[in-house]
Design a protein. Sequence first.
Length: 172
Amino acid sequence: MKKANWKDITELVGLAAIIASLIFLSFEIRQAKNVAISGADMAHSQVVIARLSLINEHPEIWAKGNTGAKLNEADTVVFENLVRAKMTQAFNDWHSYDLLGDDETSEVIMNDITGFLFRNPGARRVWWEWEVTLDKYRELLNPEGNRFSGYVESIKSDLEKLDKWASEEKSE
C-alpha cells in the first residue's frame, strides 16, 4: 500500500473513534439524566409521604382551612404551615424537573398545584399572601429581578383562566 492510503485509513479510523466516543458520551449523558430524574422522583415521594403524615395529624384543620373558613389563631398557624409545606414541596419538585430540562413533568407539577389552589380557596389565600410578602422582600433585596417570578406569575395566570372558566360554567 502506498503511504497516502495508510494516512487515509488512519484518518478514517481516528474519525470513527471520535464518532464512537461521541455516541458513547450521549448515552452516558442520557443515562445520568435518567438517574437524576429517578432520584428526584424518589425524593418527591418521600417528601409527599412526610407532608401527608403532617396533614393526617391535623385533618380537621386541613379540611376546614382549605374551604376558607375562619380558624382560631392556633389552627391558623398550623394550617398556614401545612400550606407552605405543600407549596414549598411543589416548587422544589417543579424546580428540580425544570433544571433537568423535563418540561413535561415540570408543567404537570405546575398544573397540579394550580388545580389544588383553585379547588381550595383557603390554601390559595395563604399562598397568595405568602407570595406577596416574599415578593416585597425579593424586590428590596434583589432589585434586578427574581428568576423564579415566572413560576408564580404562571400559576397566577392559570388561576385566572380557571376562575374565568368556572364563572362561565356557573352562568350556563
